[in-house]
Design a binder for this molecule. Structure first.
Ligand SMILES: [Zn+2]
Length: 119
């Protein structure tokens, strides 16, 4: 039918506003710190309702799996004022994040999404 055009421009993604924090960070792999710095997540180790997050700059902390936590809200609203230089978040990841939209009635809840989309 048509040639597959490999366009670098990221596709717009739609996620639900009420997506669980763990599913969201599993997908996005970014963490907005309380001080407004965006970090890259290296590992997420789930322990019941909590998870231990390790960033690429080697910060480790526990978070709760909430839809309405500060981190969920800040991720959805893209509230950050700088990007951690130590985490070295690749540009494609930031582009993908900035093209992600959060909607109340439209988009994925990221349920049953086992496939890792590393692009
Ligand atoms: Zn960092």
């Amino acid at each position: 039918m048509s040639d597959k055009l490999k366009i670098k421009k990221p596709v717009k993604r739609y996620y639900r506003k009420r997506v669980e924090l763990f599913r969201l960070i599993d997908k996005i792999k970014l963490w907005p710190s309380r001080t407004g710095t965006l970090h890259g997540i290296r590992t997420i180790e789930k322990i019941g309702d909590q998870a231990r997050i390790t960033t690429h700059c080697n910060k480790t902390f526990m978070v709760n799996n909430s839809r309405n936590s500060r981190a969920s809200r800040w991720l959805r609203n893209k509230w950050f004022h700088d990007i951690c230089p130590a985490c070295r978040i690749p540009d494609w990841k930031l582009a993908k994040y900035s093209s992600t939209q959060f909607k109340r009635h439209h988009g994925s809840l990221l349920l049953d999404d086992a496939g890792e989309n590393s692009r």
